[in-house]
Design a protein around this ligand. Structure first.
Ligand code: DGY
Length: 324
């Protein structure tokens, strides 16, 4: 008797091309409601499926991998960040974890620049004013923003997305500074004419725009706190396309409401999809619903990349994007 195909669960719906590739590989169940699974549903899924494909919006309880009768052997994440997965616990339970690196670099860098432009030029405020029929016409002092040319962009983290953002920013006349765990090699620094800061605090003091490109998780939790915010210039802008947990959202809302910094452009939040009510009230905050990778091309590539990891797993081959 032939072996029955392995069972795979998609916790959310994927672009059709990627779902269809998976359907050709194994027995796929897609979460028809396309809503976040509850912890009870996660516990059940762990015992019913061999492969689960989670996303950043999954809230996975820390002990879920060790439920009695656990069957799952692969978590093929749709996304590069895996801070929503307790990777050591998965590893200890013999579950492999893969992600989708590289394929969302350009889209996320585009969005970082979108936020830089929207905050510096007060585009959100302007659009809200116009739609509310409050625009009274052109006047010399109306919604004056800040120019980018000649300003300094400080990147926290200097990986693929940070570097792609730096390339774009240089086209707008910004110069580049960065802070990261390791200093980049001379060639990379030279190609961006980038200045390395060993100290985040010093960089936060010096730059005009501070843009976050580090991973989430405990190691970076509230890296940008009240103290770092207090060092930034009153004209400075904070951009976050990384993870909401990197910023102390309450401290940021306070700094923005007291105009101790100019603006913030945020694509990610501490308790997504909840956004702190204080931020919602602020005109100097541009708030987007985690759109960094949200292009048709990128989301399709992310799905196909995760599918390649599933295929390798099914073939008993090395997993191309294994994180554990
Ligand atoms: C990721 O892949 O980690 C992103 O946050 C999704 O856009």
């Amino acid at each position: 008797m032939a072996n029955s195909p392995l069972r795979l669960l998609l916790t959310r719906r994927w672009p059709e091309a990627a779902e269809s590739r998976l359907r050709g590989l194994c027995d796929v169940t897609a979460n028809a409601q396309d809503q976040q699974l509850t912890t009870a549903e996660w516990r059940a899924a762990i015992t019913q499926f061999d492969i689960i494909c989670p996303t950043v919006s999954d809230r996975i309880a820390p002990d879920v991998f060790s439920v009695p009768g656990a069957r799952v052997r692969l978590l093929a994440n749709f996304g590069v960040g895996v801070d929503h997965i307790n990777v050591p616990a998965a590893k200890a339970a013999g579950i492999a974890v893969t992600n989708t690196p590289g394929v969302l670099t350009e889209a996320t860098a585009d969005l970082a620049l979108t936020l830089i432009l929207m905050t510096s030029r007060r585009a959100g405020e302007g659009e809200r004013e116009l739609r509310a029929a409050n625009w009274t016409g052109w006047r010399p002092t109306h919604l004056m923003g800040q120019e980018l040319a000649g300003k300094v962009l400080g990147l926290v983290g200097f990986g693929r997305i940070a570097q792609a953002s730096a390339s774009r920013a240089r086209a707008f006349g910004l110069t580049i500074a960065y802070h990261g765990r390791r200093r980049a090699d001379c060639k990379t620094e030279e190609s961006f004419d980038a200045e390395w800061y060993e100290s985040l605090e010093r960089m936060a003091t010096d730059v005009d725009i501070l843009s976050l490109h580090c991973p989430g998780g405990e190691a970076t939790r509230h890296l940008i706190d009240a103290q770092v915010l207090s060092l930034m210039k009153p004209t400075a802008i904070l951009i976050n396309t990384a993870r909401g947990t990197v910023v102390d959202e309450a401290a940021l809302a306070k700094a923005l409401s007291e105009h101790r910094i100019w603006a913030a452009g945020l694509d990610v939040f501490e308790a997504e999809p909840a956004v702190s009510p204080e931020l919602m009230l602020l005109d100097n905050a541009v708030l987007l619903p985690h759109l960094g990778s949200a292009t048709i091309e990128t989301r399709t590539r992310m799905g196909l990349c995760a599918a390649s990891n599933v295929e390798a797993f099914l073939n008993g081959a090395e997993l191309p994007d294994r994180v554990a």
